[in-house]
Design a protein around this ligand. Structure first.
Ligand code: SF4
Length: 289
């Protein structure tokens, strides 16, 4: 590819983009310039992001949340449950296991174990056998029996609706507690699972790895009433579009606000083929594909 050094240097000087990545001025190179233009766009974005103010970050984060609301109007907890206790049990079982598999396991479990007392008095071997498909079934059986006993002893068998009390219960960490608060009690909560942490770091909302720090930082960026739905939307986006290995950047509704645009294919057709799930058609329509 031929690049006019003079023009490239001039472009670089004006835009703050390194001359090596500036757009070729030579019209004959136009056909080859798409990848270069893509690089320029990314460098421009990176430069802009480096100067982003705290207010700018809040605005961008909220804008992205609004875009995600358009993309996933029906985002929800993908675990099946009808009571707070069932949600607590399903969330405990979901550790290192897919929601789909948990949902295949819980109907029989919930019809046999209907109360905290049932878990407290469970026959360990039977319980382990029922939850075996979700993996780590011995530890999970310990948690479920311990949870049932603690609820019976301390709360008359009823799950409390306060974070500080929930996190004291066997098997319930902060992430599980926030899932329960947000989805069973209507108390806004941010669920930092692997998808959520991965995506907010890609979006440069934070560089933190620690889930509790991530939760607090994102809590400062996004309105409290949005926390639960934001969590669902981000997790939906992580499962359907922004995959860990090959994100569908060329078909992503967040592309214009995402500092990691280009991590996956930017070709629209290639990217569209990477999108998963029942919302695929809707997602593609939103980006004009
Ligand atoms: S542009 Fe790419 S990296 Fe950014 S959110 Fe979309 S799919 Fe993920």
């Amino acid at each position: 590819m031929r690049v006019s050094k003079t023009s490239a240097a001039a472009n670089g000087a004006e835009s703050g983009i390194p001359a090596a990545t500036a757009v070729p001025a030579d019209a004959t190179a136009e056909a080859e310039s798409a990848p270069v233009a893509g690089t320029v766009a990314r460098v421009r974005k990176a430069n802009k992001r480096a100067k982003e103010t705290p207010t700018g970050l809040v605005r961008r984060a909220r804008r992205m949340n609004r875009e995600l609301a358009l993309a996933f109007p029906d985002a929800h907890c993908e675990l099946d449950f009808t009571t707070p206790l069932e949600l607590a049990v399903a969330t405990i079982l979901s550790a290192q296991c897919t929601d789909v598999r948990v949902n295949m396991t819980t109907p029989a479990l919930f019809s046999k174990y209907r109360s905290a007392k049932d878990y407290a008095e469970a026959n360990r071997t039977e319980l382990e056998e029922m939850i075996r498909p979700t993996g780590f079934y011995r530890n999970k059986a310990n948690s479920l029996i311990g949870l049932g006993q603690a609820l019976v002893e301390q709360y008359d068998g009823v799950l409390p609706n306060k974070l500080d009390r929930l996190v004291q219960l066997p098997g319930i960490g902060r992430k599980t507690a926030n899932v329960i608060l947000g989805n069973a009690f209507g108390v806004p909560g941010i669920t930092v699972d692997t998808h959520f942490g991965r995506l907010v770091r890609r979006w440069k909302w934070t560089d933190e790895e620690d889930p509790v720090k991530v939760e607090h930082i994102v809590g400062d960026l996004i309105e409290r009433k949005e926390w639960t739905m934001l969590s669902h939307r981000v997790i939906f986006h992580g499962r359907r579009v922004c995959h860990a290995r090959k994100p569908a950047c060329g078909a992503c509704i967040l592309a214009k606000d995402c500092p990691s645009y280009g991590l996956g294919p930017t070709d629209p057709a290639q990217a569209a083929a990477l999108i998963k799930g029942p919302e695929t058609e809707h997602l593609l329509e939103l980006v004009g594909l």
